[in-house]
Design a protein. Structure first.
Length: 96
């Protein structure tokens, strides 16, 4: 009984590995945010609005990255998606 409890606790402690797409999304968001902060500081320091092009580009990049990730995640997690089919296949293999 105690052995089962220990194994259950250990299974909860295991961290899930971050998927490549999520890591890429986080990287894109962080880099775009850094560009935005730098552009704002440069505009304030030099009293010049030319870094505004980088600011707009970074914002558009963030929006497209989030949009693409949301589409990918939506396709995977729907009834006909990759995740659902793999789960059904694993259940069939375990039962039969």
């Amino acid at each position: 009984m105690k052995q089962e409890e220990r194994e259950l606790k250990r299974s909860f402690r295991k961290k899930k590995k971050l998927s490549t797409s999520k890591a890429g999304l986080w990287y894109m968001m962080i880099m775009c945010t850094i560009i935005q902060i730098y552009s704002m500081l440069a505009m304030w320091h030099f009293m010049d609005l030319s870094p505004l092009t980088a600011l707009i580009g970074a914002t558009v990049g963030e929006v497209f990255a989030y949009w693409a990730y949301s589409l990918k995640a939506g396709r995977e997690n729907c009834e006909g998606g990759i995740t659902y089919e793999m789960a059904i296949k694993n259940n069939d293999n375990a039962a039969g």
